[in-house]
Design a protein around this ligand. Structure first.
Ligand code: CA
Length: 268
């Protein structure tokens, strides 16, 4: 990681390196790969939620040059749709969006199971705003105007913190049920299960608590992030659908209902 170098320097070096690499000049693969490894996170998929067109364009181009695959949303509704349809590695969210507040967008994204780290980028500079942003789902907070180099450094840190190496497990296994947390893919006995995002999050929660009873309100709290609404049947509906997919015909049923108490995922 470079220090004391401006973003313009970094971009200049990157462009120069690219040009050298793609021209006849002899530059070793190892040098290029090492450079990219040190400075860029290629193939990382990023969702940029920003309605100011100048900032949006500037960031899109800069982030693409830094190796990110960038999707852009100019409002919360589009961001929700994109986040539901695509597995993003990281998000940048502006707080002042035309159709909703960035904080409520982040909360909604969490509710639909988005676990990628979120960098809030906002003109709101007060301590209260920053604390609120960090407490309500932002993993980092950067105020506008910002330096590109700082933004890139913060993204790298968030990705590092959330990288597989930093986390203990990327797979969960309970009997013949397996969850790949990186691909967000579940399989039973080697057969892929077609789960919605929300069903996957629910199954992940059950797996993490395999062999233990989890109550409806625990599930509501951890999976949906809602305060307890005892009359809601959202948990029962999702468990019913999940059971239909996980416990297929002829297989040992794994999801058990304890009437009036909750559920348990069998681990033996
Ligand atoms: Ca804005």
């Amino acid at each position: 990681m470079t220090t004391g170098r401006s973003s313009d320097d970094n971009l200049f070096i990157f462009r120069l390196t690219k040009r050298l690499f793609h021209s006849d000049c002899r530059i070793t693969d190892a040098f290029y790969e090492n450079f990219v490894k040190m400075h860029y996170y290629p193939h990382m998929r990023l969702l940029l939620v920003e309605d100011e067109i100048d900032i949006q364009n500037f960031l899109r181009v800069s982030l693409q040059e830094a190796g990110y695959q960038v999707d852009v949303a100019a409002d919360g509704k589009t961001a929700e749709r994109l986040a539901l349809e695509n597995p993003f590695d990281i998000l940048i969210v502006d707080l002042g969006l035309p159709d909703q507040d960035g904080i409520s967008l982040i909360l909604k994204l969490h509710q639909i199971g988005v676990r990628a780290p979120v960098l809030i980028l906002s003109a709101r500079r007060s301590v209260d705003d920053r604390v609120r942003g960090l407490e309500q789902g932002g993993d980092d907070y950067l105020t506008k105007p910002f330096a590109l180099a700082e933004l890139l450094a913060r993204l790298r840190n968030l990705l590092k913190r959330n990288s597989p190496a930093a986390n203990e497990a990327t797979r969960l296994r309970v009997l013949d049920l397996e969850l790949d947390l990186l691909r967000r893919e579940a399989s039973r006995g080697g057969d892929i299960l077609q789960l919605t995002q929300q069903e996957f999050v629910l199954l992940e929660y059950l797996c993490r608590n395999a062999g233990r009873v989890v109550t409806r309100s625990m599930i509501l709290d951890k999976v949906w992030g809602m305060r307890i609404q005892p009359d809601t049947n959202v948990v029962d509906v999702h468990i019913y659908r999940l059971r239909g997919k996980v416990d297929g015909k002829g297989q040992q049923p794994l999801i058990r209902t304890l009437r009036g108490v909750g559920y348990v995922l069998k681990d033996r």
